[in-house]
Design a protein around this ligand. Sequence first.
Ligand SMILES: Nc1ncnc2c1ncn2[C@@H]1O[C@H](COP(=O)(O)OP(=O)(O)O)[C@@H](O)[C@H]1O
Ligand SMILES: [Mg+2]
Length: 261
Amino acid sequence: MILAIEDLTVSHGEKIIVDKVSLTIDKGEWFALVGQSGSGKTMLSQAVGQLLGPNLKASGRVMYEGDNVLEHPKEKMNQLRGKAISYIFQDYHGSFTPFLTIQQHMEEYLQTHSVQKAQRKEMIREALESVGLDASFAKRYSFQLSGGQLQRASIALALLLEPDILIADEATTALDSVSAHRILSLLQELQQKTGCAILFITHDWRHVVRYSDKIAVMKDGKIIESGTKQKLVHQPEHAYTKQLIQAAPTLPMRVMEVSKS
Ligand SMILES: Nc1ncnc2c1ncn2[C@@H]1O[C@H](COP(=O)(O)OP(=O)(O)O)[C@@H](O)[C@H]1O
Ligand SMILES: [Mg+2]
């Protein structure tokens, strides 16, 4: 097990947004968190990295390597982010400023994590290569990349330090389905190569079925059902899970067969 979330609650004043959620993620696992908009998926994932806004309060435990991450001071958390837990978002533009080249972004990131200068260049080259961008992209500014290239660069940035856990929050929601599958296949490939676990947050049941090992269904701040993909897809117990499956656009049988068991 790489991450254990125990009784995690996120509140905004009196309002409970995430309600005593517990789940465990194994090393190298693709864990899908699915549920309709507003169910608390983003708040849950942001609590894990201490990224919640100041008006929100998290309680409970997020256990990583024997410590409760929620109790880490800011400096310790900065060390953990990117190395232990990394994020990719739907708004990948937000990972870059127009004033720095891709290489400068990555350099800065590596410096924060005390990587020696001699190693940095090679790490950047490898990271870009792993997402299908050649080394010449390092010298470009974010506005000199197409949307798809920039999203690849944001994945390279998130995976630069080979994190144990990658949190992908609706990372492909804004993309058409061909581009979405291209990015998700790339993530799957990188996951197999680096052994990182992925907390995959989506409301698209088709992506859940195709890529995940385990699934948790969230509704109104609670996990209402969780288990292996086989179990959730073929023997859902909760009425809401059945409803999600039925509401999903037709699942091609071929996808069901080739997807991981
Ligand atoms: N910064 C915030 N302050 C207060 N409430 C928020 C904030 N962000 C989101 N919420 C509320 O928390 C609930 C869950 O939101 P969110 O986690 O974004 O849902 P999801 O990602 O599943 O769509 C929603 O009711 C939303 O309005
Ligand atoms: Mg969200």
